[in-house]
Ligand binder design. Structure first.
Ligand code: PGA
Length: 248
């Protein structure tokens, strides 16, 4: 069975002082050899701080976005090579907040995933339907279209990605998908990966969207849920650690 991955997504939260307190508390509560992989995806300006605090620990770190371009005249963007410089193991790509507020297309998300892979960083590719799409019976079609763009672009390297199923209606709302609802979509994604690579079992499919200390165990018990992408609950060390413990 694949080792589970619990990844925090701090979003645009934190400060030098808050990050240090949070990381020290997480590191103090993390077993020396956790039974799951654990990571935090932090705002880019704090990568050096997080690298310094987490180096040599069981806590990996990553970023929340990466440029689709390699280098050059792209003011404000951060390249995959820069993330690599700061020891990032992961980068979130195609989070629904970036698709929604920054107009990221499936093709742009795929290009970002490819840049990450080329730099030796694991992209955490987010897919998920809006509430309107779910109500219209389009959930399967939407997530398959989003993942298909990445498979098309990265080819056999798809075995090196992480997928995060994050129903948009569940993000930051306290309305978690039921374990059965999540599992149904994860099974669809797993079948799509199976058709794309013989190594589909290597690909972890995380659930994200109001996952918390209380509901994590039931979600993580589903056969195709290989971990979680945690927003709000990753900002509280105790909650985050309880989710990590549930991933044993
Ligand atoms: P949430 O966010 O856990 O606060 O719902 C998850 C995410 O957006 O990655």
């Amino acid at each position: 069975m694949t080792r589970k991955l619990i990844a925090g997504n701090w979003k645009m939260n934190g400060s030098l002082a808050d990050n240090e307190a949070l990381l020290r508390a997480v590191l103090a509560g993390l077993p020396a050899t956790p039974t799951a992989d654990v990571a935090v995806c932090v705002p880019a300006p704090y990568l050096a701080q997080v690298q310094a605090l987490c180096q040599g620990t069981a806590l990996a770190w990553g970023a929340q976005d990466v440029s689709a371009h390699e280098r050059g005249a792209y003011t404000g963007e951060v390249s995959a090579a820069m993330l690599r410089d700061f020891g990032c193991r992961y980068v979130i790509v195609g989070h629904s907040e970036r698709r929604q507020y920054h107009g990221e297309t499936d093709e742009a998300v795929a290009a970002k995933a490819q840049r990450a892979l080329a730099a030796g960083i694991t992209p955490i590719v987010c897919v998920g339907e809006t509430e309107a799409q779910r109500n219209a019976g389009q959930t399967e079609a939407v997530v398959k279209r989003q993942l298909a763009a990445v498979i098309h672009t990265v080819g056999h390297c798809v075995s090196e990605i992480v997928v995060a199923y994050e129903p948009v209606w569940a993000i930051g709302t306290g309305r978690t998908a039921t374990p059965e609802q999540a599992q149904a979509v994860h099974a669809v994604l797993r079948a799509q990966l199976r058709a794309a690579t013989p190594s589909e079992r290597r690909v972890r499919i995380l659930y994200g969207g109001s996952m918390n200390a209380a509901n994590a165990a039931a979600l993580l018990a589903q056969p195709d849920i290989d971990g979680g992408l945690i927003g709000g609950a990753s900002l509280k060390a105790e909650d985050f650690l309880r989710i990590v413990a549930a991933a044993a």
